[in-house]
Ligand binder design. Sequence first.
Ligand SMILES: NC(=O)c1ccc[n+]([C@@H]2O[C@H](COP(=O)([O-])OP(=O)(O)OC[C@H]3O[C@@H](n4cnc5c(N)ncnc54)[C@H](OP(=O)(O)O)[C@@H]3O)[C@@H](O)[C@H]2O)c1
Ligand SMILES: *[C@@H]1O[C@H](CO)[C@@H](O)[C@H](O)[C@H]1NC(C)=O
Ligand SMILES: *[C@@H]1O[C@H](CO)[C@@H](O)[C@H](O)[C@H]1NC(C)=O
Length: 345
Amino acid sequence: MLTKVSQIDFFWDLLLGFLNLAIGRLLPRLHVPKTDLTKKVAIITGGNSGIGFQIALEFARRGATVHLACRNASKADNAVSEITNQIPESHGRVEAHTLDTSSLASVRAFAEEWKGDIDILMHNAGVASVPEGQSLFTPDGFPLLYATNFLGPFLLTYLLEKYLAPGARIISTTSTGQYAGDISARFSLNSVTNHIEPGFHTSRKLNKKVPADADVYNNTKLMQVAFTRLLQQHFDHENGLKNQRLVHCFTPGFTSTPMVDKFNIRSFRLDPIWWILQSTVIFATDPRQGAATGVWLATTKDGGGNGGGYWDRMTRRVSKIDVTDPHIVQRLWVRWEADAGIEWR
Ligand SMILES: NC(=O)c1ccc[n+]([C@@H]2O[C@H](COP(=O)([O-])OP(=O)(O)OC[C@H]3O[C@@H](n4cnc5c(N)ncnc54)[C@H](OP(=O)(O)O)[C@@H]3O)[C@@H](O)[C@H]2O)c1
Ligand SMILES: *[C@@H]1O[C@H](CO)[C@@H](O)[C@H](O)[C@H]1NC(C)=O
Ligand SMILES: *[C@@H]1O[C@H](CO)[C@@H](O)[C@H](O)[C@H]1NC(C)=O
């Protein structure tokens, strides 16, 4: 099992995490060594925009075959053209696919179409706000942010598991907001639809009827960190060998991407954090820097050592999951299975 981390280590890394958010732009630029990815196959969800686009570009530059899995086909096609324009030698090995991670049916359809080995699976697609006028819940009955950022990617990993190459990397773009996530010891183990459940979808302290988007977002980002840990344990257990498939997650820091323009004004009133971020975006780093830690985790030779980690600026950090009761973390898997309608042990 894990070595217990001290509260001091946790608070120190939390402090550094928020400092990196605030002054990331002023810190030395991160440089990712140019590893060769020839013959490697990568899938990047949300690869048409922001951090995901930069990751796709870096993979294409290194010689990989790159599959952009995007909800909007025309945006995906545009991204393919832009990558092949910037990197002419990548022509013919960058492909667009349709995938809406918020829909379990779309995830299943994507997986059914898929053929061939996967060396890198980047769970990057994400939303921070429910768009104006849109329901808080998806047609499947799950909170939109949870379905998009977590549940769809969870099901996708399950369905694609058989295609993951022995040394595959599974990397999630999470957020420093994971430190503010909070999972209760008593959330339901059964799937609950059309309901936002405090302690699971939102922080357990929540007592408002409609939560702030930031609160739901923070918990989806914490779940990605928990999934990283649990999926690595799953692979280690299955293979009986450590460090074959490697699972990691990272925070890009505060990055200037189209996401910031997609914040919904409704949520500003409930939690001003999105308003603060939107009005301070001049302090954010550029998408290339935001992507660097993810590119590094996916391409570096030793893959960041033992899997299951949370990374900030190419450094492994203590996450909120490290100070969460392991029994609570284990229970999450049971609930995710119930929500995704699968059994995955
Ligand atoms: N920017 C930051 O400061 C920051 C900080 C911490 C974490 N992150 C994380 O970084 C990741 C990338 O965000 P970004 O900043 O690069 O924002 P972005 O430019 O808005 O990119 C998000 C990507 O996800 C896609 N997406 C959204 N919903 C989707 C769905 N249902 N199905 C498939 N794709 C979907 C978007 O598609 P469309 O283009 O169609 O909208 C877009 O391609 C997210 O997971 C985010 O939570 C960002
Ligand atoms: C897809 O993106 C284009 C912009 O490239 C936009 O005009 C269109 O409305 C989007 N489609 C959907 C279904 O959101
Ligand atoms: C979500 O996390 C951010 C830090 O990234 C924090 O400032 C915000 O208050 C959190 N929101 C809630 C409602 O907990």
